[in-house]
Design a protein around this ligand. Structure first.
Ligand code: IDP
Ligand code: MG
Length: 138
């Protein structure tokens, strides 16, 4: 079994579609074993996305991520990391396959509704970034 970090982003919490996204997650047999709605602060968002700090879109991304609450989640299944990346679809929703979350609900390359860890190593780091051990009930 693997665990991965998911974030339901502000464009989705603002549109009241967190349940719709959770249904896609659960219909694909990923188990939501931790979940909380939080308001990111600028410094927290900057730290979480620090790998992108030299990208032209960095400040826009941070402003977007703090523009409304997010829902952070831990998902568990076999191959959870790559499985969730498949279910999310491509970063740019115009390139995301039918049936993926980003194809179904994302608005743009920035407002693309969900984050998912991109490797098992990063999944562990990102889960620890948001959750204590006792908040995760597998
Ligand atoms: P990912 O979320 O599919 O892993 P990353 O390349 O890690 O994509 O980028 C992180 C986030 O930054 C994206 O999900 C999106 O919200 C935003 N982003 C990525 N590329 C662009 C861009 O070219 N313009 C605006 N925002 C972008
Ligand atoms: Mg990424």
């Amino acid at each position: 079994m693997e665990r991965t970090l998911s974030i339901i982003k502000p464009d989705a919490t603002k549109r009241n579609i967190t349940g719709k996204i959770n249904k896609i997650i659960e219909d694909n047999n990923l188990n939501i074993i931790a979940q909380k709605r939080i308001q990111l602060k600028e410094d927290t968002a900057e730290k979480f996305y620090s790998v992108h700090k030299n990208q032209s879109f960095f400040q826009d991304l941070i402003d977007f991520m703090i523009s409304a609450p997010v829902v952070v989640q831990v998902l568990e299944s076999e191959n959870a990391v790559s499985k969730y990346r498949d279910i999310m679809g491509s970063t740019n929703p115009t390139e995301a396959e039918e049936g993926t979350i980003r194809n179904e609900v994302a608005l743009s390359i920035q407002e693309n509704s969900v984050h998912g860890s991109d490797s098992l190593e990063n999944a562990k780091i990102e889960i620890d970034f948001f959750f204590t051990k006792d908040e995760i009930v597998g």
